[in-house]
Design a binder for this molecule. Sequence first.
Ligand SMILES: NC(=O)c1ccc[n+]([C@@H]2O[C@H](COP(=O)([O-])OP(=O)(O)OC[C@H]3O[C@@H](n4cnc5c(N)ncnc54)[C@H](OP(=O)(O)O)[C@@H]3O)[C@@H](O)[C@H]2O)c1
Length: 265
Amino acid sequence: MNPPRQETVLVTGASSGIGLELAKCFAADKSNLVLVARNTDALKTLAVELRAKFQIKIQVITADLAKPDSAEFVFQEAGRAGIEVDMLVNNAGFGLHGMFHELPLNRQLEILQVNQTALTALTGLFLPGMIERNYGGILNVGSIAAFQPGPCMALYFASKAYVQSFTEALAAELSGTNLVISVLCPGPTETNFGKVARGNKVRRRKLPGMSADFVARYGYDQFRRGRVVIIPGIANKLTVQLVRFLPRAFVRRLVKYFNQQIYRP
Ligand SMILES: NC(=O)c1ccc[n+]([C@@H]2O[C@H](COP(=O)([O-])OP(=O)(O)OC[C@H]3O[C@@H](n4cnc5c(N)ncnc54)[C@H](OP(=O)(O)O)[C@@H]3O)[C@@H](O)[C@H]2O)c1
C-alpha cells in the first residue's frame, strides 16, 4: 500500500524500550511522528535526535494514559496541531509482579487502564479517519503472556489476552481494506519493564531477553508486510504453540512457578 503523502505515526510509550525503538524504525522510513508518554524529557531528547537524523516532523505529547480522559486528550492535541494520524502504535504498557490480593488495587487497575482502555480508546478515536482515507494501520504491542493465565502477574497476563483477542478480531473485521492491523507479541525483552514490574522486589533470576531493538525491527518489518500476529524469535513461537497442547492446570502451575522464581519480595 502506498501512502497518500508522507505518513504520520503516533507511538505511545515512546520514551523507552520497545516503543522508542519502534519510533526509530518508522523515523528511518521518513514517517513523521507523534511521541506520547509521561516522560517529556525522554520524548524531547528522542525528538531532537530523530529530527536531526531523518529531517522529519515530530510532535511530543505528554500524557498519563492511566488517566481516564487521556486518550481523548491525545486525540484532541493531535487535532489541534493539525495532524492526521495514519498509523497508531499502541505500545505503552506495564505489569506488576505479585499476588493479586497483595498488590495495591488502584495501581493494578491502572494496568487495565493503560494496557486495555487507553489502547481501545485511541483505536476507537483514530480508526475512523484511517477507514475514511482507506489507508493506515494499527500496531498493538501485546505479549506472549497473552496465551496463558499468569499467576503472580495476573492482571498483566489478562490485559495482554484482551489485546490479543481485540486486535485479531479487528484485523478480521477490516480484512479486504487497505488497513493493516497487527499485534506484536514479544517474549522477555531487555527494557525497563522488569524494573517497573518488580518495584522493590529483588530480582532472583534473570530471564535471557531479546534486545528491544531486535524486537522492534522484527515487529516493524512484519507489520509492513501485513502480518496480523507477530511473534519475534523461535523460542517465543514455540512457547506459544506448546501451551496450546499442554493441560491447562499444568500450564497454570508452570507459569506460577516461573513467576515466583524471578523475584523475591
Ligand atoms: N520487556 C518485556 O519483556 C516485554 C515483553 C512482552 C511485552 N512487552 C510490552 O512491550 C510494551 C513496551 O514495554 P517495554 O518492555 O518497552 O517497557 P518500558 O521500557 O518500561 O516502556 C514502557 C513504555 O510505556 C510507557 N508508559 C507506561 N505507563 C504509562 C502511562 N501511565 N502513561 C503513558 N505511558 C506509559 C512508558 O513511558 P513513561 O514512563 O515515560 O510514561 C514507556 O515509554 C508494553 O506494552 C509491554 O507490556 C514487554
